[in-house]
Structures are given as C-alpha cells and as structure tokens.
Design a protein around this ligand. Structure first.
Ligand SMILES: C[S@@+](CC[C@H](N)C(=O)[O-])C[C@H]1O[C@@H](n2cnc3c(N)ncnc32)[C@H](O)[C@@H]1O
Length: 228
C-alpha cells in the first residue's frame, strides 16, 4: 500500500488517497483511516495503481489525481450502450485505467486516448487493454476533427493548449455528452487570468453547453452539451 496524497492542513487531513496492491477489507481500510486520522479514504483500483507505478518508473509527474480519476470512472459508467469516450493526453494511462474501471466488464463502449508523445503511448499500450480501447499517437489539435463524436471527453493536455482544442472538443460532443477539463487550479490561482492565451471560462458564455466549476483536487470544469 502506498499513501499517494496526504497534503498538510486540517482539510487535507480529513481526506487521504491510498493505493492498494490488492483488494482490502472494509475493516482494514477503517484501521488505516483511523491510524491516519482520516475521515474518508479513496481506494485506487489495482490497474490505476499499476499506471501510477509506470509513471514513477519513467519519471512522469503529470498523472491525474485520484479524485479526478474517480470522477472519470463515475462519468464513464453513465455512458450509454454504443457510447464513445475520448481522452486527450494519455500520459502514463492513469485516466484511462480509471475509465476502464468505471466501465467494468462492459464491451459496448469505445474508448480512444490521444497522446503526442509516442514513447508514452507505447508504454501505456504495453500494459494491455480491452480491445475496445484505442491509443492514438498524434497532436490533439489535429486529430480531434478526424475522430468522430463522443459521449464523454477528458481534456487533459497542458494548459496552454486547452483553449486551442476547446471548440473542436465541444463540437465533437454528442447531445447530452460531457466534457471534463482538468488542471484548472493554475488558472484560478492566477485570478482567472488566461494562461498563455487559455481562458477556459469562455465556456460559461457558450450557448451550446452548461458548465460547473469543480474547485477541489486539481480543479476541474464539468461541461454538458445541451440536447438540441
Ligand atoms: C496531464 S498529462 C495527461 C495525464 C493523463 N490524462 C492521466 O490521466 O494521468 C498531459 C499529457 O498530454 C500530452 N500532450 C501534450 N501536448 C499534447 C498534444 N498537443 N496532443 C496530445 N497530447 C499532448 C503530454 O505528453 C502528456 O502526456
């Protein structure tokens, strides 16, 4: 078991994220929570733990936080039969592992993950995925318009690139489809000043969508595309 994220401060101490190499009993989780003074504990599935391990081995430090991944798993589970999920920025495959966790044994959903770094994409590919997962090597800015439409998109490329793909990402959302944009804290901490031209809150004015600002963990914007 690894303790992944237990920052200081009274609020953070009440929420600790843990990784487990295997399933743990409820009583064991309770014992660990008590020993850490935690009120909640987020169990990270084994495949996600393996993805964090992959990231550590190659020195990749930009994997999604467990709270973000857990939300992705929840959203993935709600995707209808015949649905499609897109991730922009595969990284070491942490988000992908959460999505696969949310889908459990389903095989009626297609998942596409795009990564510009061929080495990272090959590393993730070598982990082995269900055949409904496709890893695409390419620049998200170029490939989104070629990939079709999606019920759920995880926008997780670096901040300065987010704005450049936002319009295409919304256009590619199916009616009722959802978009989760990660890593908004750097933007919010700079008093909502655009980072290198990126102003994701322009979404709040977009008539095609409804948005919620999720100001916890790494900071996210959750977007739903209106049905026509
Ligand atoms: C924050 S990390 C992704 C983390 C991953 N989604 C996860 O859940 O752990 C951002 C990734 O975007 C990739 N990236 C950067 N620019 C890109 C682009 N233009 N198109 C696609 N991927 C890009 C980076 O190589 C990096 O792996």
């Amino acid at each position: 078991m690894d303790r992944l994220d237990a920052a200081g401060g009274s609020e953070a101490e009440s929420s600790v994220s843990l990784t487990f190499d295997g399933e743990m009993s409820a009583s064991e989780v309770e014992r660990i929570k008590r020993s850490l003074g935690a009120r909640t504990a987020l169990q990270v599935p084994t495949a996600v733990s393996a993805a964090y391990g992959r990231a550590r081995r190659v020195g990749f430090a930009k994997s999604s936080r467990p709270e973000v991944g857990a939300l992705m798993a929840v959203l993935a589970a709600a995707v209808p039969a015949g649905g499609r999920i897109l991730e922009l920025g595969t990284g070491a495959g942490v988000g992908l592992a959460w999505v696969a966790h949310g889908l459990r044994s389903r095989s009626d959903v297609e998942v596409v993950s795009v990564e510009v770094d061929r080495n990272m994409s090959e590393l993730v590919s070598s982990a082995g995925w269900p055949d409904w997962v496709s890893l695409v090597v390419g620049d998200a800015r170029e490939v989104i318009p070629t990939l079709g439409t999606f019920d759920l998109t995880f926008l997780d490329i670096p901040g300065e690139l987010k704005a450049s793909v936002l319009d295409d990402a919304i256009t590619a959302l199916r009616p009722g489809g959802q978009l989760l944009i990660d890593d908004m804290n750097p933007y919010w901490r700079k008093f909502r000043k655009p980072i290198d031209g990126c102003d994701p809150e322009q979404l709040l004015e977009d008539p095609r969508v409804v948005c919620a600002l999720l100001q916890y963990s790494s900071g996210m914007i959750l977007v739903s595309r209106l049905r026509d």
